[in-house]
Design a protein around this ligand. Structure first.
Ligand SMILES: Nc1ncnc2c1ncn2[C@@H]1O[C@H](COP(=O)(O)OP(=O)(O)OP(=O)(O)O)[C@@H](O)[C@H]1O
Ligand SMILES: [Mg+2]
Length: 246
């Protein structure tokens, strides 16, 4: 598969009033690549994903460019970005609490409605294969699910849109180790189908293991970049993010 340039940010900056949360971030992600962004709390990781998705909180003002498959996204609203193939699983897992798991998944496939119901059903079956728990609970209201089950559902819902660029903000948060391994396996399998993944993960070690390339974000700036192996071998990275158990 040829590696298409899926995402490129150029001088992407975000301010929340006086706070400069992101300062001229330059990031690229190609098809079939898993790229992780490592950084301390408050470094600007979620802000970066929000700026790419066009879903920053109202206080956030972005400048610079986000190019998706060579086209600048400008003021394209998030719904359009989803139709274009971007998907974000944000830090705040928002679900339609009174709807069932199945209804939530179907909503995730809304942008593919022209493909017809059976195509969406097929996708849903694939997600149930990955997360059997979701199938067991498919008629349950999303609002009554456990934290880990919610995690599975938000990821499943993002996959229903068949993204080309999947952005995950700490997908393993609250997941049991076995389920977390499952999530990382899913990401690796998606890579083989050409999906580009931009991954943020508190567990830097696990993130680097599954990634092709990585960036370190410090105070809103990308300070280190390289292959995952290079970044994992960087003394500063070892000291700050890998050397000690957090
Ligand atoms: N709506 C907002 N208004 C004001 N400041 C904000 C807002 N959202 C984020 N910030 C600030 O911007 C900075 C970057 O926040 P961001 O959430 O992007 O960090 P992060 O790297 O995702 O951190 P974490 O690892 O804790 O999730 C922080 O200093 C944060 O307090
Ligand atoms: Mg965050």
């Amino acid at each position: 598969m040829s590696a298409e340039l899926i995402l490129q940010t150029r001088g992407l900056s975000v301010r929340y009033g006086q706070i400069r949360a992101l300062e001229s971030a330059h990031i690229t992600v190609r098809s079939g690549e898993i790229v992780s962004v490592i950084g301390a709390n408050g470094a600007g990781k979620s802000t970066l994903l929000g700026a790419i998705m066009g879903s920053l909180p109202p206080a956030g003002v972005a400048t610079g460019e986000v190019l998706y498959r060579g086209q600048t996204l400008g003021v394209t609203p998030p719904e359009h970005r989803i139709s274009e193939g971007l998907a974000l699983v944000p830090e705040k897992r928002e679900l339609f609490a009174s709807m069932t798991i199945e209804e939530n998944l179907m909503l995730g496939g809304y942008v593919r409605r022209h493909e017809g119901r059976s195509a969406l059903r097929q996708s849903m079956e694939e997600i149930y294969e990955i997360f059997p728990r979701l199938q067991e609970r498919r008629k349950q209201a999303a609002g009554t699910m456990s934290g880990g089950e919610r995690q599975m559902l938000v990821l499943g819902r993002a996959l229903m849109s068949k993204p080309r660029l999947l952005m995950l903000d700490e997908p393993s948060l609250g997941l049991a180790p076995l389920v977390m391994n499952e999530v990382f396996k899913v990401i690796a399998r998606l890579r083989d189908t050409g999906v580009a993944t931009l991954l943020i993960e508190q567990n830097s070690r696990a993130a680097l293991q599954v990634s092709d390339r990585a960036y370190v974000l410090e105070l809103g700036q990308t300070t280190v970049e390289g292959t995952a192996a290079e970044v994992a071998a960087n003394p500063r990275v070892i000291e700050a993010y890998l050397g000690h158990r957090h």
